[in-house]
Design a protein around this ligand. Structure first.
Ligand code: NDP
Length: 488
């Protein structure tokens, strides 16, 4: 018997070709039982606390402080006190701290990625390969601007605004923190940050990064809590509010801030169209469409949640899409093979379920690939709706879940008309081999970001933001510094 035959003898042919579980260890994360508020470089005890859960199995992770109005005022006062020294530091000194933060985030990235997936439910391969590298890259990028502000805004004499109140959502907790904190500090402002109620833990761990970086006390303050804490921050003595979240809360904030002289930027919802022309590389496009909607369980403001397919390729496109959907692995966010993790919260699961029911009632046809969902935790199978009319709620409203609505079109003009026909205007995608068509479409879209033959690509150098009810102001790139500056 040859060696090869002998080995075949010993190694049985697998009965089943599905992946074996590949769970990431959670040992690297050392959770405290209880977290307080990070104010003036110290942990300050709050009167009330709430429990933060893991959406993968509803297990409690830690107690977190519910900041009261008085706590928020304390945090703003600490930021105000830190402002004169911080804003007058030479830009190169501020750079130094930002570089340190970037580097520590990179060094502790596994710990942060595991915690992000535990608390938020996103697949570890996304928190590890997308959220953490990008969060660190944002600090690196803005570190580079801190000592070059006069060159960034020539002849405009830029100066910092003062204290920025920053309110972030639960879909990219650490990444949204870095989108907000990095440009604010580079420009010389100090900050009070409120993380989302369901995902406060990476922001609290970030406080430890600030300690390691020896950032002066009060430059960054972190107040956890629910919407009441956010509202108290909006009403407090800050000079600017930067908000990312729902359009509804964004509008409410805009009303409260009106007439106060506070600066405001809003990064709100979206209902992006991903437009597939019949000359596109279909297999590549299907990958991009899958990534566009099922990345991060569809909890993405710029998700490609509407697919517009040119009629001539409708059947093969939908067939390929469904086939690819059937290969998505839904389950434990901590498993390295998982493609679609847990829905962030019970409330979000209820919201997705209600909108999917509305889609069925309105007459759309639903497809969900067969997949076994875990018993505990919050889960929703990847879903696609066909036979969708432009007027249906699932074609108009942000679902913020793994749900794709498919519509068709015949001409580029019709595609543009349909793409722009929602209250939102955050992003759009085009799949075609014609460069001239891409450029023409990009000019027609009322959308802040347009991707061509790709989707959901982010880079710290690239500005991001919306039109219409998707908000105003830009984050990222040089544009992202401007909302944190005053000009003489
Ligand atoms: P919210 O807009 O309520 O949450 C965003 C942030 O604002 C959170 O930190 C939240 O705190 C805070 N907040 C809530 N109420 C107020 C207030 N009155 N004043 C100031 N801050 C406040 O989004 P939800 O979490 O309720 O999600 C609802 C829907 O919003 C989702 O289904 C989705 O469609 C959309 N959404 C869109 C996002 C985007 O990036 N475009 C991000 C998140 C949600 P807390 O978490 O404690 O409530």
């Amino acid at each position: 018997m040859t060696d090869v035959e002998r080995r075949q003898d010993r190694s049985p042919v697998p009965k089943d070709w599905t992946y074996a579980p590949a769970p990431e260890s959670t040992e690297i994360v050392k959770l405290q039982d209880r977290y307080e508020l990070f104010i003036g470089g110290k942990w300050v005890a709050a009167k009330e606390h709430f429990t933060t859960l893991s959406p993968r199995d509803e297990s409690p992770l830690a107690e977190v402080a519910q900041a009261s109005e008085a706590d928020v005022h304390k945090a703003v006062a600490a930021a105000r006190e830190a402002f004169p020294v911080w804003s007058k530091l030479p830009g190169a000194q501020r750079s130094k701290y930002l570089f340190r933060i970037a580097r520590i985030l990179a060094e502790r990235s596994r710990e942060f990625a595991v915690l992000e997936s535990l608390n938020g439910g996103k697949p570890i391969k996304e928190s590890r390969d997308v959220d953490l590298p990008l969060a660190s890259a944002h600090f690196f990028y803005y570190a580079g601007w801190a000592d070059k502000l006069e060159y960034a805004f020539p002849n405009r004499k830029p100066k910092p605004i003062g204290v920025a109140g920053q309110i972030i959502p639960w879909n990219f907790p650490l990444l949204m923190l870095s989108w907000k904190i990095a440009p604010a500090l580079a420009a010389g402002n100090t900050v009070v940050l409120k993380p989302a109620e369901t995902t406060p833990l990476t922001a609290l761990l970030f406080a430890d990064v600030l300690r390691q970086a020896e950032l002066p006390p009060g430059v960054v303050n972190i107040v956890t809590g629910d919407g009441r804490t956010g509202a108290a921050l909006v009403d407090s003595d800050v000079d600017k509010i930067a908000f990312t979240g729902s359009t509804e809360v964004g509008k409410a904030i805009q009303r409260r801030v009106a007439g106060t002289g506070k600066k405001l930027t809003l990064e709100l919802g979206g209902k992006a169209a991903n437009i597939l022309f019949d000359d596109a590389a279909l297999d590549q496009a299907v990958e991009g469409i899958i990534n566009g909607i099922y990345f991060n369980q569809g909890h993405v403001c710029c998700a490609g949640s509407r697919l517009l397919v040119q009629e001539s390729i409708y059947e093969p496109a939908i067939e390929k899409l469904k086939k690819r959907m059937a290969t998505l692995r839904v389950g434990d966010p901590l498993d390295k093979n998982t493609d679609v993790g847990a829905i962030n919260s019970r409330e979000q699961l209820d919201r997705i379920t209600a909108l999917v029911e509305a889609g069925k009632d309105e007459g759309a046809e639903i497809y969900q690939p067969p997949c076994k969902l875990p018993e505990k935790g919050y889960w929703f199978a990847p879903t696609v709706f066909t036979n969708v009319a432009q007027s249906y709620r699932i074609a108009q409203e942000e679902i913020f879940g793994p749900v794709l609505s498919v519509l068709t079109f015949r001409t580029p003009e019709e595609a543009v008309e349909k793409a722009n026909n929602t209250p939102y205007g955050l992003s759009a995608g085009v799949w075609t081999e014609k460069g001239s068509r891409i450029l023409w479409m990009a000019q027609q879209f009322r959308a802040g970001v347009v991707w061509a033959n790709t989707f959901n690509r982010f880079d710290p150098t690239s500005p991001f933001g919306g039109y219409k009810e998707s908000g105003f102001g830009r984050e990222g790139g040089l544009h992202g510094l401007e909302p944190y500056m005053d000009f003489e």
